[in-house]
Ligand binder design. Structure first.
Ligand code: UDP
Length: 237
């Protein structure tokens, strides 16, 4: 597969066209941003970790849970082939333990276990700061149909159940995470984007140490080591 021209550069990834019109090549960068781009920096080695961790988790979700994903093939440390999709402009957030914006909004101290998992949607729009929306907003704006949203919610809870158990085995509590979905040409909804320490809150089960991007967001230090630790626990390298 040939890497052709760059189509898009996001905050953490670049996307290239390939000689197959249905396949794109994603390249993960070490660039880190937080607060909707207000804070910028670098986490050395992050791109390679996020590439490998995302691909590993997507392979598990496909094989063991039957969740369709955009993953096609890992090409190198930072490069992966993925299916071309039209991204549904929603950030789908699943939470098991209160943290971050939920803690602020509802006054729940970070670390408070939630009695049931919480599903939230945000409208992907940088200018508006990704505002939270509910299923009525989503229908009213035509962002996704009711049937698509049912599929998205079902997949998201299944991803949560699988990842919670899978990560528990390597001593990680899954606090919360963000998913994105895309549509294939025939309308099929599949899991897209990434599942990594950039997009999940991972806490060490014993010490509750952060193993994720909060180390960067909150200037706590040690982000490089924490990303490597997640890769080591999941992939043993
Ligand atoms: N998240 C993300 N991208 C975003 C916003 C949130 O990947 O643009 C992830 C974040 O890493 C966390 C979860 O979604 O695992 C919930 O984030 P929250 O709403 O608490 O926002 P934050 O506190 O990160 O601003």
């Amino acid at each position: 597969m040939e890497k052709l021209e760059q189509l898009y550069e996001g905050k953490a990834k670049k996307v290239y066209r390939t000689d197959d019109p249905n396949v794109y090549l994603v390249e993960y960068k070490d660039d880190a941003t937080a607060g909707n781009g207000a804070k910028r920096g670098t986490i050395l080695g992050k791109g390679a970790v996020n590439n490998k961790v995302t691909n590993h988790l997507m392979r598990q979700l496909e094989a063991r849970e039957g969740i369709p994903t955009h993953y096609v093939q890992e090409l190198s440390d930072r490069e992966t082939l993925v299916k071309r999709v039209a991204i549904v402009p929603l950030e789908v957030i699943v939470r098991n333990i209160a943290a971050g914006s939920l803690s602020k909004r509802l006054g729940l101290p970070e670390g408070t276990p939630l009695k049931t998992p919480v599903l939230e949607y945000c409208y992907k729009n940088d200018e508006l700061g990704d505002p939270m929306v509910n299923e009525y907003h989503i229908a009213a704006m035509g962002l996704a149909t009711k049937a698509e949203l049912e599929t998205i919610a079902d997949y998201s809870f299944r991803v949560n159940r699988f990842l919670c158990a899978y990560l528990k085995e390597v001593g990680i509590d899954l606090v919360d995470f963000k998913l994105e979905f895309g549509r294939l040409d025939d309308g099929t909804i599949i899991l897209a984007d990434e599942i990594s320490p950039d997009t999940c809150r991972f806490w060490d089960s014993k010490t509750h140490a952060h193993l994720d991007k909060d180390l960067f967001r909150r200037d706590l230090g040690g982000a490089e080591e924490a990303y490597q630790e997640v890769q080591k626990r999941l992939l043993g390298q």
